[in-house]
Design a protein around this ligand. Sequence first.
Ligand SMILES: O=C(O)C(=O)Cc1ccccc1
Length: 319
Amino acid sequence: MATATSVVRSPKAPLSGKFTFADKKTTLPVHIPQFPPQRRRFTPLSASLHDSENNNGCNKNAQAVELEKLFDDAPYDDVSKDSPLHPRPLSSTQFSNSVSNGNRLRVAYQGVRGAYSEAAAEKAYPNCEAVPCDQFDSAFQAVEKWLVDRAVLPIENSLGGSIHRNYDLLLRHSLHIVGEVKLAVRHCLLANHGVKVEDLKRVLSHPQALSQCENTLTKLGLGREAVDDTALAAKYVAFRKLNDTGAIASSSAATIYGLNILAQDIQDDCDNITRFLMLAREPIIPGIERPFKVSPSIQQQKAIYKYSFLIRGGSWCSF
Ligand SMILES: O=C(O)C(=O)Cc1ccccc1
């Protein structure tokens, strides 16, 4: 049974007195100006439907669910606030008070801990400090404002093709592409302990993940709800202790948020690869030791982007 996909927005985390950067080993408290706490009522999932903005073709009959208050009144904020295991993602409003952490390369990614983008950051820059950001735009801004050194950005996957929205971000910002990394994405069906597949009515995940598991989800007859990243889906299911809702996310998200893995490798294509771009403020200085890929100037990138759109209908253009 095919079911419509909805888009759930990420929570707008209110500013709090303390902000903690993502680092598995170190916790750096960053002080944020105090604002009165915003307590808003939780909005049920079925509330305020509107058209989906961009879900990469995953939800053909899509109706988007406006759920800005998804985590209000949930343990999300309480747990995220100061825990090194659950750092609150960086948002652009928090930049002015951020600090750097020693000598490790700091790499921004969109999502919460356990997202595939975090794995991509760590693959691209082993031993880096991966810094979660609530939006892609925040990750770009974090690099531009020198709060982090690099960002990683998913740009294409083997099944769904180009992620057009992220090409737009490349155009709007002036970061340089300094490399790329490919990640084999292996999706798991996650649920709270004690919950069986038969108990599930729907799953939450990133639109790409939902689309990559289309066949499996159709076979299981599960409804789909889109959220900003796969790990956020896992976090939501865990923190809300839902027993009729699963998440599609990585096995590391299962570990981080204490979920049970009901099924592994549920993606339709066993060769499920996502390509991530590595972004920096400065272009690569070509070395003589080994061959390098050319990082085009912003103008060249724009031209290539437009060209790729015209000639290839928006598909990936290898730089
Ligand atoms: O949601 C995530 O975890 C991401 O990093 C984005 C994503 C989603 C699905 C496949 C690859 C990347």
